[in-house]
Design a protein around this ligand. Structure first.
Ligand code: CA
Length: 233
């Protein structure tokens, strides 16, 4: 039998939380619940869930902060945010940046179930084909965060691997810094992180992956357009 997907429901309103849990269990999901921000964060970071359903207004810590902390820890953890219908455009935009999707309250159960299925379909389990990344002589194991070039062994951070994977998946074009911040960091461009952060990471990456970091052949800058990964295929 197929493994049942596990969903964490973080919601302080008891009627909504238990109602959601009942519906999800009825539809074949395994469900755990959290009623406060800190409890939600602790459970979300356990890495046990295929999806986190996250309310915004929560006691102790709000959904934005939780979403950011989840992203810091695991870029690929699927998150759907539950937003009050009165949310203004700006809030909705903010949500799009860090979360995989958002559903306005009050929501229709049918619509929520469809969104959940869609997010689970494109979640990490389906992403394994890109495990090894080749750049010239260098092979990078994206699971173990390590690289090999001849006898030389390199280690990468999760974020560096995230950057390389995103660029590799979009290697037909240069990727703007703002897009990298959005897709790899999960941050909106106008939050307190600057595009300079991207450049610093690129410089570090080049020292690892380029034969000559001053004359990059893999991770190239396309003036005015962003960064492009020149892969072998
Ligand atoms: Ca709430």
């Amino acid at each position: 039998m197929k493994k049942r997907n596990r969903i964490l429901v973080v919601e302080d309103e008891e009627a909504i939380r238990t109602g959601l849990a009942d519906v999800l269990v009825y539809h074949g999901y395994e469900v755990d619940q959290a009623a406060t921000g800190p409890d939600g964060l602790r459970k979300a970071l356990s890495g046990k869930f295929d999806l986190v359903l996250l309310d915004i207004m929560l006691p102790g810590m709000d959904g934005y902060a939780i979403c950011n902390a989840i992203r810091e820890n695991d870029r690929r953890q699927p998150v759907i945010m539950l937003t009050a219908k009165t949310s203004d455009e700006e809030i909705i935009n903010g949500l799009k940046l860090g979360a995989d999707d958002y559903v306005g309250k009050p929501f229709s159960v049918q619509q929520l179930l469809l969104r959940i299925e869609a997010v689970l379909r494109r979640s990490p389990a389906g992403e394994e084909q890109q495990r090894t990344l080749w750049l010239g002589e260098l092979s990078i194991d994206t699971e173990n965060l390590s690289g090999r070039r001849g006898d030389e062994t390199l280690t990468f951070t999760r974020r560096e691997i995230g950057i390389l994977q995103y660029l590799a998946a979009n290697s037909t074009r240069p990727v703007p810094r703002e897009e990298l911040l959005l897709k790899v960091w999960g941050y909106a461009r106008n939050l307190d992180i600057e595009t300079r952060t991207v450049d610093i990471h690129m410089a570090k990456l080049r020292r690892k992956i380029e034969p000559d970091p001053k004359a990059p052949v893999h991770l190239v800058t396309v003036r005015g357009a962003g960064y492009r990964l020149m892969s072998d295929d």
